[in-house]
Design a protein around this ligand. Sequence first.
Ligand code: KIV
Ligand code: ZN
Length: 535
Amino acid sequence: MTRDSANHTRDQQVAFFDTTLRDGEQAPGFSMSAEEKLLMAGALAELGVDVIEAGFAAASPGDADAVKRIASEISGPTICSLSRATGHDIKIAAKALAPARHSRLHIFLGTSPIHRKAKLNMRKAQVISAIETSVSLAVQHFDEVEFSAEDAIRTERDFLAEALECAARSGARVLNVPDTVGYTTPDEIYDLFGYLKSHVGGAENAILSTHCHDDLGMAVANSLAAVRAGARQIEGAINGIGERAGNCALEEVMMVFATRKDVFDVRTNVDTTKIYSASRLLAKITGNPVPRNKAIVGRNAFAHEAGIHQHGVLNDRRTYEIMTPEDIGLPGNALILGKHSGKHALLARAKELGFEIDDTALAEIFSAFKALADQQGEIADAQLIELFGGARGAPGGAWHLERVEMRAAYGGRTEPFARVELDHPDRGPVTDIATGEGPIHAAFNAVQNITGIKAIVEELEINHIGAKGRTDCIADIVLRIDNEHFIGRARCRDVIPAGVEAYVDAINRAMTTRNLDAYGQNKSPTSSNTKRNAA
Ligand code: KIV
Ligand code: ZN
């Protein structure tokens, strides 16, 4: 913006309008209960979004209830409900939003030729009249009113300007220009916002807003182009969820603003360190894991496996990182040790695990590591410790899964249980029997009892893969221990040991990072300084 917007200085504040709980939630497979929406709204408020679109109150009693609960319990952001341009919808939304400290009604009406003809059966004059009537009524019941010209991008420009001008004249404070079908391009939307700024009477007293869908994969780029042209509100959803291909992914825009201040000279109310937890909470609530390679919040977004990259990151993380994991609230970067990794990364991990390795030992260990990585992909810490020669008998080592047995009982009175045997160099073999909601949870409980480390399973993904004539299960887990996240990974022939080994791997990482002993207690300074010698 500093580059090409001549009149950008008037107001550099850009508002985030979050529609995760409305546009996001209305996509198949993403529905949330009122309780879950409330939980998510809390995370959005912590993140610092300016407006939470809590639902579409007239759509169902459940949605009205969710809007009401969020309006009652969440403070900070403005709470908003979607509404058609009818007295009926406005009345229901007014009831649901009554407890809000600050309320907004979001009225939408199709303006494009196809919407007017095929959906509304309205002529242009009827559309204008409906906007005037509904917005004028709404301003009497809410702190503020937003008007959306649905399918704005495919609307004749002069009619779009007329519709938005009518909304502004009737009292709408925010004029939204949705790309309902995800059709526009950055150049086109930039040009359109420029046109609207000079052709909508009253636009100077309103906030122009952008709402882009991702059908052609350009929602974020289009939203940013609209901001460059003068939009001062961005609508979107966490993790980019929403109708069809989704909405503009808000976390991506937030990090563009934070990372490219040289291009976007804007201010926001966002605390980017709350991005990761909001993203993970949404994934958990909706049961839709974040794709591994998703920008900003995917598990690979800050992971490095290639040897050349790892070497660079170890020397100076800025060689391959334009932002830090801490910027989004993810502690530590993940150097994934796999077949692409080099000696530098292996040495660094050995050091973290408490090993000092001389050059002769390193050459040997490195070729064993490469052979194992060729077969397995990523190598877990417990396996590294075995490679470094410290799994058994060396002081301060990691837990190793020796055996797991379980009873999977469903129905009746019998409770699932698991018997787990772990081995630790300092404690030797330890067995525990625990119950749980299912056998794998029972096994996790047994591991907690043995290690003395309480953890919450945030994510568990087990994939069954067939390769080279054999099938394997790869388990990836994310544990939350207090407020820190630890990842674990394992590869086994079956689902259950893979899940439990991945859990133990994450526990081992937590022990290393936190310098914990085999009882889950902080090690004394003397024992933490003990170096194992792998030579
Ligand atoms: O995509 C869209 O047009 C919408 C409107 C209701 C704003 O979601
Ligand atoms: Zn939408």
